[in-house]
Write a protein that binds this ligand. Structure first.
Ligand SMILES: [Zn+2]
Length: 89
């Protein structure tokens, strides 16, 4: 049975494992957790960030493309494909 998951950014990059309300344990990859919608909502309440709700990056979580200055939550620029630099590092 496929479980629908949503992406949530870990509230802390050093926090790589999170226990969801459902008892499921999630491991973050590059600061992104793939959680069931129910657990994701709980984590967002607890300080996680739903990428779908935010069009801009935060200083501690985002990446910035050196080429086009596009802000991204991912290392690869969504606009030009360049490798982005971590913001606030
Ligand atoms: Zn770019």
């Amino acid at each position: 049975m496929a479980v629908e998951t949503v992406r949530v950014l870990s509230p802390d990059r050093t926090c790589v494992q999170v226990d969801g309300l459902s008892g499921r344990r999630y491991t973050a990859r590059d600061g992104v957790l793939h959680m069931t919608p129910r657990d994701a909502a709980a984590l967002v309440k607890a300080g996680g960030i739903d990428p779908g709700l935010s069009g801009v990056t935060s200083a501690s979580l985002g990446y910035r493309c050196p080429g086009c200055r596009h802000g991204s939550f991912f290392k690869r620029c969504g606009k030009c494909g360049a490798d982005c630099e971590k913001e606030g590092a």
